[in-house]
Design a binder for this molecule. Structure first.
Ligand SMILES: Nc1nc2c(ncn2[C@@H]2O[C@H](COP(=O)(O)OP(=O)(O)OP(=O)(O)O)[C@@H](O)[C@H]2O)c(=O)[nH]1
Ligand SMILES: [Mg+2]
Length: 239
């Protein structure tokens, strides 16, 4: 079973714990108890693959955020949560995302943008378009409006980020395999032993293994086709 470490980030009180507990335990927590740090495990099957999710529900309240750098380092995917009833919570996410990209030293980090509390229609101050705009500014990061209270788009958000982690890992593994083949090919060429025959064999092998790897990806999650990645995540998914 593969391990997937997902980190839930966002300002205080936006509903990180409520969303997480809804996903893991299927219950809604009405009371507000600021989190210091909570870790959950959940096993689910995604696209036919058994996944062991470790979910880190983090602190949003400033005095508890000292550990942030450490858990961003160890996380593979991120749920960035704001509340549609709190304008500042979306602003805070901009800096949080920058921090994630800086610590990960990459622009390609599995993440979803979540606008929570979408059931609170009278208290809403941020529109769906506000969320879509941020998602687009972030290079079309998948965006979901969620309600932890009604379990709206909660499972979908977690599954989306795990799928992104899977796709990233598959791409890294394919690249590693290709590099190994190239090294093997170079070593044979340098040894000068019947180089042209061997190279032909290896090229054939590379072709076959690339095809097999593509086929595997097609049959398991349909994310790759003809060696090109299909966009599995919609740019913006809203309730
Ligand atoms: N109506 C409504 N209330 C919500 C929703 N999600 C969370 N809440 C409420 O908002 C309050 C804060 O929720 P938490 O999940 O504790 O927020 P948090 O982001 O974990 O807060 P910190 O741990 O302090 O960072 C609680 O009273 C929740 O019941 C939602 O989707 N709809
Ligand atoms: Mg919390």
């Amino acid at each position: 079973m593969r391990d997937y470490k997902v980190v839930v980030l966002g300002a205080g009180g936006v509903g990180k714990s409520s969303v997480t507990v809804q996903f893991v335990q299927g219950v809604y927590v009405e009371s507000y108890d600021p989190t210091i740090e909570d870790s959950y495990r959940k096993q689910i099957e995604i696209d036919g693959r058994a996944c062991d999710l470790e979910i880190l529900d983090t602190a949003g309240v400033a005095q508890f955020t000292a550990m942030r750098e450490l858990y961003i380092k160890s996380g593979k995917g991120f749920l960035l949560v704001y509340s549609v009833t709190d304008e500042n919570s979306l602003k805070e996410l901009l800096a949080l995302r920058e921090q994630v990209l800086r610590i990960k030293d990459s622009d390609n980090v599995p993440m979803v943008l979540i606008g929570n509390k979408c059931d609170l229609k009278d208290d809403r101050v941020l529109s769906i378009e506000d969320g879509i705009k941020v998602s687009q500014d972030w290079g079309c990061v998948p965006f979901y409006e969620t309600s932890a209270m009604y379990k709206t788009n909660v499972d979908e958000s977690f599954i989306d980020v795990v799928r992104q982690i899977m796709r990233k890992e598959a791409a890294i593994n394919a690249e590693k395999k290709q590099q190994k083949q190239l090294q093997k090919q170079n070593a044979l060429e340098n040894s000068g032993v019947n180089a042209s025959e061997n190279t032909k064999d290896i090229n054939d092998d590379t072709d076959k293994s690339a095809k097999t790897s593509r086929n595997k990806q097609n049959s398991s999650n349909g994310e790759f086709e003809d060696g090109k990645e299909k966009s599995g995540s919609k740019c913006c998914v809203i309730m």
